[in-house]
Design a protein around this ligand. Structure first.
Ligand code: SF4
Length: 275
């Protein structure tokens, strides 16, 4: 098993600063979406550069890997809502990470994470460096009442020179408005526990290959196949002349996607069959 546990990852001052930023994110963030299937709120959090560096330095120190980068950090709050109960069944992650650093921020319950056959306590300031795509992980049945909760952050750590980082940088370079809309779409998809049928169902245009449903966060997947630059430009040109395109955000009204991103994915297709 490659995953491991750190009982107290930060000094108290750093941990308090992280907590403050997490609380302020939860308070302000209208995009802290609830995912019924996991029984948890979910959102992407941007820490200050100082905190990001502290998380990164601790990650390098504990893993012994110098060229790590933080791809993105999720903020999670497990809590019951409308009859939905937090749940984490045994699984392997279907996204790449050298490690996902799971840090417990606050909890009113004792709800450990089991990785393979080991239980890791999730107390404030404790951390699990999870090799989630190789080590099976789950949690026992949720022990909390309606008012109980557990707040965590998950930092996705990848090598700085990994191709995935290029895609991440592109996403980070989007205007705040486009970025918000893009991640809203991911949040919506998670909330519904199914990909938005039309929006994110992409398949090969003329191929006899069975159409597969692609998740929006496949943008973050290093195995995603990309169209050639020429093909992406050809598609985008068609979109650019299409009445369905919202010119300001370059979003398609039919599928809701950002076309400067979607056109680059090999398996994407136009919902109207134009490309
Ligand atoms: S994907 Fe199709 S419908 Fe959407 S803007 Fe492009 S051409 Fe128009």
């Amino acid at each position: 098993m490659k995953s491991f546990y750190v009982k107290e990852i930060f000094d108290q001052d750093t941990f308090i600063s992280i907590k403050d930023q997490v609380y302020s994110f939860i308070e302000k963030n209208e995009n802290f979406n609830y995912t019924n299937s996991y029984g948890r709120y979910w959102g992407l959090i941007d820490f200050t550069e100082d905190i990001n560096n502290k998380i990164l330095n601790k990650s390098k120190e504990h893993t012994g890997i110098d060229n790590l980068e933080i791809a993105y950090i999720q903020c999670i709050k497990y809590q019951k809502k409308d009859g939905n109960v937090p749940l984490l069944e045994s699984h392997l992650d279907d996204f790449y990470a050298t490690y996902t650093l799971d840090i417990t921020i606050e909890t009113t319950i004792e709800w450990p994470l089991r990785v393979e056959d080991k239980f890791f306590d999730c107390f404030p300031n404790s951390a699990v460096f999870l090799k989630g795509d190789e080590d099976n992980h789950d949690r026992p049945p949720y022990p909390g009442n309606d008012d109980d909760y557990m707040i965590m952050i998950f930092a996705n750590l990848v090598p700085a020179d990994h191709p995935m980082m290029e895609e991440i940088k592109k996403l980070k370079d989007l205007s705040p408005r486009s970025k918000k809309a893009f991640f809203d779409k991911i949040g919506q998809s998670l909330m519904q526990n199914e990909n938005l049928a039309g929006s994110w169902k992409w398949g090969k245009g003329n191929s006899s290959k069975t159409e597969r449903t692609v998740k929006p966060w496949d943008f973050l997947n290093p195995n995603t196949e990309y169209a050639t630059e020429e093909e992406a430009k050809r598609r985008f040109k068609i979109c650019d002349y299409c009445p369905e395109l919202i010119s300001l955000t370059k979003q398609c009204k039919k599928c809701g996607c950002f076309m400067h991103l979607k056109t680059k994915l090999e398996e994407a297709k136009c919902p109207l069959g134009k490309w």
